[in-house]
Design a protein around this ligand. Sequence first.
Ligand code: DGT
Ligand code: CA
Ligand code: CA
Ligand code: ZN
Length: 585
Amino acid sequence: MALTNREIADLFERVSDMLEIRGDIIHRVLSYRRAAETIRELPRDLRAIAAEGTLTELPNIGKTLAEKIEEMLTTGELEFYNRLAQEIPPSLVDIMHINGVGPKKAALFWKELDITSVEQLKAAAEAGKLRDLPRMGEKSEKQVLAGIEALSRRTGRTPLGVALPAAQEILDRLLNLPQAIEGAIAGSIRRGRPTIGDVDILIASDEAAPIMDTFVTMPNVARILGHGPTKSSVELQNGLQVDVRVLEKARWGTALNYFTGSQAHNIRMRELMLAKGYSLNEHALRPLDADGNMIEDEAQHVRCATEEEVYAAVDLPYIPPELREDSGEIEAAQQGKLPNLIVLGDLQSDLHMHTTWSDGHLSIREMAEAAQRRGRKYIVITDHSHYSTIANGLSVERLLEQQQEVRQVDAQMGPDFRVFHGVEMDIRSDGTLDLPDEVLAQLDFVIASLHFGLNQERSVITRRLLNAIENPHVDLIGHPRGQLIEKRAPADLDMDVIFEAAKKHGTALEINANPARLDLEAQYARRAVELGISLSINTDAHAEDQMDLLAFGVLTARRGWVEAASVINTWPVERFLDWTRSRGR
Ligand code: DGT
Ligand code: CA
Ligand code: CA
Ligand code: ZN
């Protein structure tokens, strides 16, 4: 079978990893890795681009890599990879991706102990055989086991940040067809889950065939999994599976409600309907006769054009999709106690972002203008502190020098847009804070974050975070749990202790909006709000386009039942300043 973009990207990625294990120069390793990234993000089939002869016009694809792509497209194989695989066992790649291992240790385990699989590595670690290797030790051995444990928790789901834009693009394409009356993304994306199993799209139309045809012939389709009269499924080149269903506008409400889910919410809805004398499915509310049997006569079926009608049929107000997890939303709706969820427009500010002073791509002025273009009223510049050497973190001298530039830009931007000076200070691995109190006292706003030593055991890492929360100069904890969606498990924090301290010291907790993080996650955000802790939704932007990620933070907050009142970024600038002053600034 023909290789898809994803399979070709995966092969390049493997080659890159194997070269890195072999110890090749980093330039060569990266050339394959960048090519893989380019291919993964391509909106079109590589085959079509190869047919046009324009492969080398793609970013990161030179003549050699273009030839290798051609080879894979024609033969389904890559000779170079096959030869490499004779020399470096490909399964070492899985070992190198264990959190805390990497290419050098993978090579070490292989050369010293002949370990070529994760299972063998696990057995060796459990038998205590890793600790005596050079640059290892008992602690590193434990970390390897923790990394293997984390690996088994990965789900193979697609991050929301990848799935949502892909789904939106397909929806827009289908809505462009004259036959399409209305359309929506349903399923877990509409509910804002951080990871997605597959994409569900609904289109209202009286003429399904052209919509189905357009869908299955999109240029980024790798495989057609099903092509029916009103339902089709495809696998995209990036590996994502997408279902599209076409239905009549008259039953839009029942269909959208059903396919938004969650399944648990749907089950509750069906029970409520039964109590009202209806059987509910994706098509209609079908009345039951006196014996409880469904009446087949379609004329008596109730079709709902809107979701509001579906909920009204069981005497409920509309329940926002982000709440539909059967986690109390039905009861809250029955009691008239649904939260008034935060919306993107409530946010006045972004309190966490980076510039060229550390590892960002734009100047302070450029970040300010980018934020202003997006309707924000004030921002805080929060570059890294010096412990983050890989992120070019600021020394005390550079931080104070930066303050002058922030003040200048603040003046240049005029009174309607304010630029404040803060920092994203590291909480060092030994638990100390990276900047002295007298420096923190000179800043407008202080974020403290864990970036290193995230594998420490619970009591140690919890204590580290407490050191920051308890410091009166720390206003906000950045991405508190340290997770990377589908890549790194959260730190083993005692969240009850963390929440208690945040409450006591008035320290806010972040919902980091970057879809690679979404940290705090919804369930923790919900708990924090219940306890009266303030939250802050921020992009942590390192470039202009990342400022648009705020919407993912809002989705996560909504899943956590968060109202505007709990989020400090919703405050007008005067109130924000009052708050920081009340904290001793
Ligand atoms: P995913 O795709 O794993 O991220 O999660 P969903 O929620 O998008 O699940 P999916 O794609 O299997 O189905 C979309 C919605 O359709 C789901 O949220 C609820 C509804 N649904 C699907 N299968 C069932 C079912 O067997 N029973 C009920 N009550 N609803 C279902
Ligand atoms: Ca789905
Ligand atoms: Ca589905
Ligand atoms: Zn940051």
